[in-house]
Design a protein around this ligand. Structure first.
Ligand code: ATP
Length: 339
């Protein structure tokens, strides 16, 4: 059995890390056939839309995609491709597992948490208006439906993975309506789901302090869109940086796997990017295919890749962002030798 998966290489460091990941997956015998489609600057370069319909249709058809980062212009230009993709395909649950990796130095050695981020509304939507010259507003949207479904997703995820606690980070003391709805929905779902999972709520500023004091106190973290974006990067900093944190965006029918990091234009084209975050996202993808399509070969190749990068990191084969000396392609080759 071979699974057709859409590959979006992205831009910036995207093509380098995607190339490395595809080589590793091929060597590991992952039963994947790639359908490559563009989005972001690469799509514009080809004279198309920033998020072409052909790319969206391909993901609708295959149900699964692996996506490299796409640049979002700062303070001007087109709206984020990443946001548009998640909204158009209704990929409402972003999941970012954050764990220490053996061989990757960090301030902590006991981090094992999962950030679950609501992906479709909240302040991150970028719904902004200029009321009059010098006065602009940004709209934060929360709906009962979206708050409830992400809470349900988080509690079911926690239960299915044997996780013990879901903590909501919020600011319901200030945003009493929007964050209030998010918080109340989570509390209601916790009661309804009757899961053997503890529920906790923490005001986000205090939550960030607690996080850097003792990240091991957290298990699954649930939050709205913008908080999830910020806290994901904070959590990445606890375990070695953006080069080692994978992610996935789930809807009810489709899933797009992508690293937490962006297109890192500062190091693009220099063979310096760490492909591990995208590779770990691909491992999540293989496990997802294994789970949803009952294909043992997917799970087996995921396990081989995990063993290979654990071994490589332990042996000191690392890219520069995590204290090593290898370039993107040399690190990929080190994994391929182990496979
Ligand atoms: P975006 O807003 O698009 O998510 P960002 O502001 O989070 O982007 P990134 O592009 O992720 O920024 O980069 C932030 C920093 O982390 C940069 O200095 C970049 O070089 C570094 N970085 C990001 N990803 C990697 C990677 N895979 N390997 C090495 N360094 C990385």
């Amino acid at each position: 059995m071979t699974h057709e998966v859409v590959l979006i290489p992205g831009d910036g460091i995207g093509p380098e890390v995607s190339d490395a990941v595809c080589q590793v997956l091929e060597r590991a015998g992952a039963p994947i056939s790639w359908a490559t489609h563009q989005a972001g600057l690469a799509a514009l370069d080809e004279g198309g839309d920033v998020l072409p319909d052909t790319t969206l249709d391909a993901i609708r058809r295959t149900g699964v995609a692996l996506k490299g980062p796409c640049t979002t212009p700062v303070g001007e230009g087109f709206t984020s491709v990443n946001v548009k993709l998640r909204k158009t395909l209704d990929l409402y649950a972003a999941v970012r597992p954050v764990r220490n990796l053996a061989g990757v130095a960090s301030r902590y050695d006991d981090v094992d948490l999962v950030v679950v981020r609501e992906n479709t509304e909240g302040l991150y939507s970028g719904v902004e208006n200029e009321i009059t010259a010098g006065v602009v507003t940004s709209l934060k949207v929360a709906t009962d439906a979206a708050c409830t479904r992400i809470a349900r997703w988080a509690f079911r995820y926690a239960k299915s993975r044997g996780r013990k606690k879901v903590t909501v980070f919020h600011k319901a003391n200030i945003m009493k309506l929007t964050d209030g709805l998010f918080l109340r929905s989570a509390a209601r779902v916790h009661a309804e789901e009757d899961a053997d999972v503890e529920f906790e709520s923490v005001i986000i500023d205090a939550g960030c302090m607690k996080m850097v004091q003792n990240p091991a106190q957290f298990d699954v973290l649930l939050m709205e869109n913008l908080y999830g974006d910020v806290v994901s990067d904070l959590c990445a900093g606890l375990v070695g940086g953006l080069g080692v944190v994978p992610g996935a965006n789930f809807g009810d029918e489709r899933a797009v796997f992508e690293a937490v990091h962006g297109s890192a234009p500062d190091i693009a084209g220099e063979n310096r990017a760490n492909p591990l975050a995208l590779l770990m996202s691909a491992v999540m993808m293989l496990n997802h295919l294994g789970e949803t399509r009952g294909d043992e070969a997917c799970r087996a190749s995921a396990e081989r890749i995990r063993t290979a990068y654990d071994g490589a990191l332990g042996a000191g084969d690392r890219t520069r962002d995590i204290g090593g000396e290898l370039g993107t392609s040399e690190f990929a080759q080190a994994l391929i030798r182990r496979l």
